[in-house]
Design a protein around this ligand. Structure first.
Ligand SMILES: C[S@@+](CC[C@H](N)C(=O)[O-])C[C@H]1O[C@@H](n2cnc3c(N)ncnc32)[C@H](O)[C@@H]1O
Length: 283
């Protein structure tokens, strides 16, 4: 076993990321439910439905974020990026990074990383027969482990630019773990020309509330989950792009990043609290 072999390889020291938590909602599985996937449990669907009732539009936010991932991946692949490191890649669903990148360049290589066991195993199964795409089961905060994995080390050894994808994942990393430092440490391991793709949740209670909106109840569903969410304002997200040059249109509302005809008219700015951007490492 490649990456999986490292997880829990010592039976006397079980790795906390191995066990599937079934008695609490998990945001990866809630996200899968919002995207119409099937890798979710009743506890996830109940929490996702409660959040959607309290803040109608949360599910559309997940879909709009996924659409951003699609647009950014297509943009980077068209720009010649042919290897991608997707941190917090999620449970695989329609339009995974390798599918989009390999449509543009069949030789494009993708390494996914996720800590959630369902995301890891579902990805492993999906990728079994896919050339040039694989997954590492790891916590992205364990940067030495991620960069030291043979899949990632091989990618970096090519010396070619990498598409570093951190899409809807850093809001699961608390300030104590210094997310800005994590981004800059990952970028430091990559050559000039590498690109950071990042989206991040902003506080939904800063959006104009409608009658019956209950952002607190929506938020509670995430705070009692296995991975509490740390919403950040746009001003707090901007420093994550230090060290890269933002490509047009910059760090913007997720619907405004190079929109195309796949934007669903039901996705509304005042319902979706996510910002996104892509930046290029110039030296
Ligand atoms: C909302 S999903 C986003 C999936 C995908 N990036 C996308 O935008 O469609 C967030 C993913 O990040 C993963 N995740 C959260 N914290 C993580 C961490 N510290 N290390 C690795 N993965 C993490 C979760 O398990 C989940 O699959």
């Amino acid at each position: 076993m490649k990456a999986g072999g490292q997880v829990g390889s010592n039976p006397f020291e079980p790795d906390p990321i191995v066990a599937v938590v079934t008695d609490r909602p998990n945001p990866a599985r809630m996200y899968d439910y919002y995207l119409g996937g099937s890798h979710n449990l009743q506890v996830d669907r109940d929490a996702a439905d409660a959040a959607e009732r309290a803040w109608p539009g949360i599910g559309f936010g997940a879909q709009a974020n996924r659409a951003f991932l699609h647009r950014a991946t297509g943009f980077l692949a068209a720009a010649g990026i042919d290897q991608f490191l997707d941190l917090g890649s999620g449970i695989p669903t329609v339009g995974n990074v390798h599918e989009i990148a390999q449509q543009v360049n069949p030789a494009a290589r993708v390494v996914y990383v996720d800590a959630e066991p369902v995301a890891y195993h579902a990805s492993k199964a999906l990728l079994a027969d896919v050339p040039n795409a694989d997954i590492v089961h790891a916590d992205l905060r364990d940067i030495d482990r991620v960069l030291g994995d043979p899949l990632v080390a091989d990618m970096l050894a090519t010396g070619r630019p990498v598409g570093l994808m951190m899409v809807a994942v850093l809001h699961f990393v608390p300030d104590d773990d210094d997310p800005a430092r994590l981004v800059s440490d990952y970028l430091a391991a990559m050559p000039a020309g590498s690109c950071l793709t990042l989206s991040h949740g902003t506080p939904p209670w800063l959006l104009p509330a409608r009658e019956h909106d209950d952002p607190e109840t929506a938020n509670e569903q995430y705070q009692r989950s296995t991975n509490p969410v740390y919403f950040r304002t746009v001003e707090q997200i901007a420093p994550f792009f230090a060290g890269v040059e933002l490509v047009e249109p910059g760090l913007v509302h997720v619907l405004d990043w190079r929109p195309d005809d796949r934007i669903n008219p039901n996705w509304k700015h005042d319902r979706i609290a996510i910002h996104a951007g892509v930046g290029r490492k110039t030296n």
